[in-house]
Design a binder for this molecule. Structure first.
Ligand code: ATP
Length: 400
């Protein structure tokens, strides 16, 4: 694998990534503020449960410094194959493909001492050069915290959503709050929060003991207006299954039921409209036929429908008069899946993200067709710019 890419190679790679992502129904990155809270365990279980339900699932480990997915699934030591110029992921079951840096290392315990740009290059290669095939779900296990890996995922995978894993202790919840704010800044909608290690069910008497407290995850989710997906108990079977590389086989029935509840709740949260694979409806605020950076005061909106990677419809509509929250709600009501803007206030972003709309800030002034083409190629970078240009609170962005 090479990580030194020229501009041309980068463009070529962006195109391959975009082609792959067009064939992925839902992209979900599993994150945590703190290490060791069970993020890889949750990512693996989500992937196994979804694939057991008949979905085509890809499980990608972007935790290049501490990859654990291969170990949890008993794949450690198995080398990955390359056919032509395509890496073949592990075919764990008929419905589940797995990709981890571990399969490329000569020694599974070899430490990787890589800086940001190399890690970014590897993650892009995992998306561009792996023979994933069409997927209903791409589940991505990211390292703890808010570093290069989740940032690369957010910037490279349009339409990606985050599942945040925490434990009930306040120290973990404090880091969750940072993760939620990170997601808001990089425009990664939060699909929901999971509280792991939430009580221990006594195998003798069946009663629940809240060893690390309980309920903090649900309270945090409610305070931040994000869905609470459910809780998993402390289950020695999780450790047994993980250490033996046997996925879910040793989990207690109670843990399996809770995991199924989490999967069901998550599926309910997902927008029924399919992004990428089937069709997208992309909104762009306009003035004089080009993107208008004043989102709340634009003349019109372009709504561009993209089916199978091609523009199939282009409508222009006039929005209702500007008032707080009105235009974001109106845009979401048009059934749009994505919006490309120059800048947008945090409140407007939150309304759109809550409705499942992906917001990309930092788009330049250009025609809607050109912007959509760049977006589909993965060439528009989300700057997370949260300026609404209303200048209502003495704010002056100074950019115009
Ligand atoms: N619900 C649970 N019950 C018991 N043990 C658990 C549970 N969830 C996770 N563990 C154990 O805790 C340890 C850490 O879990 P895991 O590797 O999934 O965490 P992580 O957040 O991905 O860690 P890292 O920060 O290294 O990426 C593992 O040994 C795992 O088996």
């Amino acid at each position: 694998m090479s990580c030194n890419t020229t501009d041309h190679e980068f463009e070529d790679q962006s195109q391959k990534i975009s082609q792959f992502l067009q064939n992925v129904g839902h992209k979900i990155v599993v994150m945590s503020g703190k290490g060791g809270v069970g993020k890889s365990t949750v990512a693996t279980n989500l992937a196994v449960f979804l694939s057991n339900q008949g979905y085509q699932v890809g499980l990608l480990d972007v935790d290049v410094h501490g990859p654990s997915i291969a170990g949890l699934l008993g794949l450690t030591g198995l080398k990955l194959n390359v056919i032509g110029d395509r890496l073949q992921p592990y075919q764990y079951t008929d419905n589940l493909k797995v990709m981890s840096i571990q399969g490329l290392l000569d020694q599974p315990d070899e430490p990787l001492i890589w800086r940001g740009p190399v890690k970014i290059g590897i993650i892009r290669q995992f998306l561009a050069d792996v023979n994933w095939g069409p997927l209903d779900f791409l589940i991505i296990d990211s390292p703890p915290g808010t570093g290069d890996e989740p940032l690369t995922v957010a910037q490279t995978i349009p339409g990606c959503q985050a599942v945040i894993v925490t434990t009930p202790q306040e120290i973990a919840l404090a880091d969750v709050r940072k993760s939620i704010q990170f997601c808001q800044k990089v425009n990664l909608p939060v699909l929901g929060l999971i509280e792991n290690m939430s009580g221990f069910v006594c195998p003798d008497c069946g009663s629940l003991h809240a060893i690390f407290k309980s309920g903090g995850g649900e309270k945090t989710a409610s305070e931040w207006h994000i869905p609470f997906l459910g809780r998993l108990p402390i289950d020695p079977g999780v450790v047994t299954a993980g250490d033996a590389g046997q996925a879910i086989s040793s989990l207690t029935n109670h843990t399996k039921e809770e995991m199924q509840h989490i999967v069901d709740t998550m599926l309910q949260q997902l927008p029924t409209k399919q992004k990428g694979a089937d069709s997208m409806k992309i909104a762009i605020p306009l003035a004089g036929g080009k993107l208008c950076s004043h989102f709340g005061h634009c003349e019109q909106f372009a709504f561009i429908t993209v089916t199978d990677g091609k523009i199939t419809e282009h409508k222009t509509l006039t929005p209702p008069p500007h008032a707080p929250g009105v235009i974001p709600k109106w845009v979401a009501d048009q059934g749009c899946t994505d919006i490309l803007v120059g800048g947008m206030g945090e409140a407007a972003q939150a309304i759109l993200q809550q409705r499942g709309v992906t917001v990309l800030c930092g788009a330049p002034s250009d025609t809607p067709e050109n912007l959509v083409t760049l977006y589909l190629r993965g060439e528009l970078v989300n700057t997370g710019n949260s300026c609404d240009h209303d200048h209502e609170h003495g704010h002056n962005c100074g950019s115009h």
